[in-house]
Design a protein around this ligand. Structure first.
Ligand code: CP3
Length: 353
């Protein structure tokens, strides 16, 4: 089936578009009252992820309200460690937790291999269902966490402020850490390829915690594994390239290395000027980003100004997918999201003339 709106896929391939495409990290989430209602119906967040019908419903909710140019699968990055038997649960108001943490080389050696198509069949069922319901309106993004980011949660047992335990493990047990990352890279590759087979038309890798590493450790403990994953992904589906977006939060210092990973696009957080990022790597990769999510707390007029500033900073030409620099937060007024999306579409045609 041909896509009615493919400007997101085109921009990722640095092909010409009429207006700059836009979507938003965490676009299905707690800022939407209809999301909160569906989550209540599911009982909790994990049930929501594990029900293909309800995951499909919340994926589509933001698209009914806003003119987003892409949908993103509703799921979580921690489904992989959960399938590896780590016992994922969510403590209300405290984020994710694991019942079984990784603290020794033996823990890593005992970690089982997964077969995503079977062990995470609920994700693949959600992907197929969402594709069917989208009916070619916009493309569907599949995603995974990076091996490093998944490893931090598995070792810490949840989120962390300083990542002391994960870093201690890396510095004291480099071999075990590499084995863990190798196992996770294999699982992520299989997981993403299964999503592509089920219908995902683009892929984003969330390296949320790559930015806490030193430059050399970022290369060897995070980027190297993402590079390996990208080189083993299915590159085409339905006769089109399946583009990859690599998002390392706080990765602004390392853009040149990230751009050489084989990714089609680099996701930017808000700490870097997108025009400068384009000067550094814009001939090799598309760029995605990078409005500070907190701007959504400002007035619609201020939001529109900031969208204008970012479009102007990127400048004329192809290769920009508009997004926030990280996920939208739960307290944002849904009307401000309309101001954001509409501003991108209304202010960007002049850059594509
Ligand atoms: O972007 C989307 O709309 C797709 C859905 C999506 C979710 N999580 C839904 C979710 C995606 C892509 C993720 C990825 C994810 N999950 C990341 C990487 C992205 C990033 O933010 O950097 C991480 C680190 C996680 C792990 C995770 N899941 C955390 C830390 C939390 C708690 C967040 C919080 O604010 O409480 C979650 C839960 C989660 N994942 C929610 C949603 C909508 C909130 C759950 C709820 O209470 O309804």
């Amino acid at each position: 089936m041909s896509l009615k709106n493919d400007r997101f896929l085109k921009a990722l391939m640095r092909e010409a578009v009429d207006v700059t495409p836009v979507w938003m990290m965490r676009q299905a989430g707690r800022y939407l009252p209809e999301y909160r209602a569906t989550r209540k119906q599911a009982g909790n967040f994990l049930n929501l992820c594990q029900s293909p019908e309800l995951a499909c419903e919340v994926t589509l909710q933001p698209l009914r309200r806003y003119a987003f140019d892409a949908a993103i699968l509703f799921s979580d990055i921690l489904t992989i460690p959960d399938a590896m038997g780590r016992g994922l649960y969510f403590e209300e108001g405290e984020g994710p937790r694991f019942k079984k943490v990784i603290r020794t080389a033996e823990d890593v050696e005992q970690l089982p291999e997964i077969k995503a198509a079977e062990d995470l069949s609920y994700v693949m069922d959600a992907v197929s269902l969402i594709r069917k319901e989208l009916n070619g309106s916009v493309p569907l993004i599949g995603f995974s966490g990076s091996p490093w980011t998944l490893a931090t949660y598995m070792i810490e047992g949840g989120g962390s402020k300083d990542f002391r335990i994960a870093k201690e493990f890396m510095y004291n047990n480099p071999e075990a850490m590499h084995l863990l990352l190798d196992k996770l890279a294999a699982a992520v590759t299989d997981y993403l390829n299964s999503q592509i087979k089920a219908g995902a038309q683009a892929i984003q890798i969330f390296d949320t915690w790559g930015g806490i590493l030193t430059t050399s450790h970022y290369r060897s403990y995070s980027l190297a594994y993402m590079q390996k994953i990208i080189s083993n992904l299915i590159r085409e589906a339905d006769g089109r390239v399946v583009p990859v977006i690599l998002f390392t939060k706080n990765g602004g210092l390392w853009l040149e290395s990230i751009a050489e990973s084989g990714t089609n696009a680099v996701g930017l957080d808000w700490t870097i000027e997108i025009g400068q990022a384009r000067e550094r790597i814009g001939n090799s990769c598309a760029l995605q980003g990078n409005m500070d999510p907190s701007i959504l707390y400002a007035s619609p007029a201020a939001i529109r100004d900031e969208v204008g500033n970012i479009l102007e900073s990127y400048g004329a030409g192809n290769g920009h997918v508009f997004n926030l620099g990280h996920g939208i937060t739960p307290q944002v007024n849904p009307d401000h999201v309309s101001a954001f999306v509409d501003a991108v579409h209304e202010l960007s045609p002049q850059y594509h003339a």
